[in-house]
Design a protein around this ligand. Structure first.
Ligand code: GDP
Length: 605
């Protein structure tokens, strides 16, 4: 067994804290990870840094070496630091591990030139939701105009080397960003001034390019976690393990990448994992980690292990993992345990709590996300009152044809809900094709609220389209009186001067004469007010209207109706429904009561 065994801190038997990196796109998350890893990692695990599955392990000796200029090393009690490798995945802070987040601490990266950005705020909300501690890396300080590079130097020392102008600009930007955090309800302060850690979040200025502030960031991460999380970080034999990703790997079939937070895993262990349909009970066929030599790693060969101890990122190969759900807990059935039922129940609990949020009415959009955690965040968001989008179906992982078909069921029920909101997942090209064919909308985004914007825009366009379609059906209520001496044309078409006694007359309104057996005389084709064409006229106005009737009826003023006959819009059950559905807010209270009056008048049920 040639794996680098993760060490356990000697004195207090602590495990390594687990850290993830979050923030807006382009703030430098990837670069920061590269920088703390050191460029030589790829060449062979320099300084004991080990590439694991989905994570990088930094032993405490490495951290001590890199922070020695800060003269604060002495008591590093944790064996090292495990940093999750996929930066930017909000999902990773929201991975479940025993009810709390998988990550013990997060680095929230903010670009000093841009301040807080939309995804920063989304990350903040996730951190709050999972109650995860975090440190702000205020990155790209080297971009301050006139910055003098002090490679890999502690930030206070680097700052002393800068001109007054640079320091002034830095202070102005820092102050602005502290204010922005305050607007989000959070107190922050540069870490070297922060006297109330715990209440006030620390900001570490960094450059991922020239390395200023990186020692500070590393030290703070380790000090803070071991100071405040000793209980949580105590090594335990009880297995605590979270599924990061479900992946197909040549020669291994479907595998799961996991982070083993605590305990030991063995080849042959019976495990229980949450599955899309039901819990998966299977046996570990192989425990895999990347090969320490880069050349071999590229070829995709893995090291096999008989057993692996926490904390560690591992690939597990086993049968039946096809439907495993990322972001859930993995359980090990201990030999001698009576039944697996309890584990199955536990494995399904998380899933059920999330699945239970689907709209009971069966009408709503489909929500897709990469992990159970990110799906939960998406559902949480869609449920907030200002958003309020009902969800009828959910899934985890890429969007496939069958998902489009499922969403297509809504086409019959509620057309606009035949929509898939895909958060941070890929859409299979075949699925995309089918969606276009069926008329199912698929919106994709890496930021949750962009999905909301897209869906909202779509809803607005649908509303507008419906209004246009309904214009023919929806009849506005009106009662008109013919003005004497204003009969401009008696037939083909009839043109009359009228006063609107009540309601509103619109182009297209069908007109009838109640006093003459409700005879229908035609639809309003145009309206003129003071020789100007208008689309509608309201109570109190006097206008000329042109009424075009059906060819064969040949309705004529003077024969079928007279000057004293009132003209009323012809409404029906259908027209009232169309009016309610599309023009509810376009009518005044008085006009709605006229609708009610006419309804009674026409004896509409
Ligand atoms: P991510 O999207 O957050 O992972 O951002 P990347 O790490 O890909 O960085 C985005 C861009 O910013 C790249 O062009 C980086 O080279 C650049 N960048 C990242 N960190 C720094 C930094 O500290 N200083 C400067 N000047 N550029 C940086």
């Amino acid at each position: 067994n040639s794996a680098v065994p993760p060490k356990v801190g000697k004195e207090e038997n602590l495990r390594s804290p687990i850290c993830c990196i979050m923030g807006h796109v382009d703030t430098g998350k990837t670069k920061l990870l590269d920088c703390i890893r050191g460029t030589n990692v790829q060449e062979g695990e320099a300084g004991g840094i080990t590439q694991q599955i989905g994570a990088t392990y930094f032993p405490s000796e490495n951290i001590r070496e890199r922070t020695k200029e800060l003269k604060a090393d002495a008591k590093l009690k944790v064996p090292g630091l495990l940093v999750i490798d996929t930066p930017g995945h909000e999902s990773f802070t929201n991975l479940r591990s025993r009810g709390s987040g998988l990550c013990d601490i997060a680095i929230l990266v903010v670009d000093i030139m841009h301040g807080l950005e939309p995804q920063t705020i989304e990350s903040l909300n996730l951190l709050k939701m999972r109650n995860t501690e975090f440190i702000v890396a205020l990155n790209k300080v080297d971009r301050l105009y006139g910055w003098k590079t002090c490679r890999d130097s502690p930030i206070v020392k680097a700052m002393k080397q800068q001109s007054k102008d640079v320091r002034d600009e830095f202070n102005t930007r820092l102050a602005r960003i502290i204010t922005q955090f305050k607007e989000q309800g959070l107190n922050t302060e540069s870490y070297y001034k922060n006297k109330a850690m715990g209440e006030t979040y620390s900001i570490v200025p960094t450059s991922a390019i020239s390395g200023e502030g990186i020692p500070d960031l590393l030290l703070l991460l380790v000090q803070w976690t071991q100071k405040t999380m000793v209980g949580k970080l105590r090594y335990s034999d009880e297995v605590q393990c979270t599924v990061l990703e479900v992946k197909v790997v040549e020669g291994h079939g479907t595998t799961i990448d996991v982070v083993l937070v605590n305990g030991v895993l063995h080849e042959g262990d019976q495990i229980v994992v949450c599955g899309m349909q039901r819990a998966i009970v299977t046996t570990i066929r192989a425990l895999l980690t990347p090969h320490p030599m880069k050349e071999l790693r590229v070829k995709g060969t893995y090291l096999h292990h008989k057993e692996i101890k926490a904390a560690m990122g591992i690939k597990i190969s086993a049968q039946g993992l096809e439907n495993a759900i990322a972001g859930t807990m993995l359980y090990v059935v201990k030999p001698g345990d009576v039944g697996v039922e309890d584990y199955i129940k536990a494995a399904e609990e998380d899933k059920n709590s999330v699945m239970g949020r689907i709209d009971k009415s069966g009408e709503g959009v489909c929500a897709h996300a990469s992990t159970l955690g990110s799906l939960e965040a998406l559902l949480e968001f869609l449920k907030t009152p200002k958003v309020n989008i009902p969800v009828s179906g959910i899934n985890i992982g890429p969007v496939h044809k069958k998902d489009v078909m499922k969403a297509g069921v809504m086409l019959e029920k509620k057309h606009e809900y035949a929509t898939i909101l895909a958060f941070d997942v890929k859409v299979d090209p075949e699925a995309r094709e089918l969606a276009d064919e069926l008329g199912v909308k698929v919106f994709t985004a890496d930021i949750i609220y962009h999905l909301f914007d897209q869906f909202n825009g779509y809803m607005d366009s649908i509303k507008e389209e419906k209004r246009r379609e309904a214009a023919d059906e929806a009849v506005f209520p009106c009662v008109m009186q013919i003005i004497p001496n204003c009969i401009f044309n008696k037939k083909d078409p009839i043109v009359l001067g009228v006063e609107i006694l009540e309601g509103i007359v619109k182009i297209g309104t069908p007109i009838c004469v109640p006093s003459r057996d409700f005879i229908d005389i035609g639809r309003v084709a145009s309206i003129e007010n003071n020789h100007r064409h208008v689309d509608f006229a309201r109570k109190g106005q006097s206008v000329a209207i042109k009424i075009v009737g059906e060819e064969q009826k040949k309705i004529m003023f003077g024969r079928h109706f007279e000057i004293d006959d009132e003209l009323v819009s012809r409404i029906s059950r259908r027209s009232i429904d169309a009016l309610k559905a599309n023009y509810r807010n376009d009518l005044s209270k008085e006009e709605w009561s006229l609708v009610a009056k006419l309804k009674a008048f026409f004896k509409i049920q």
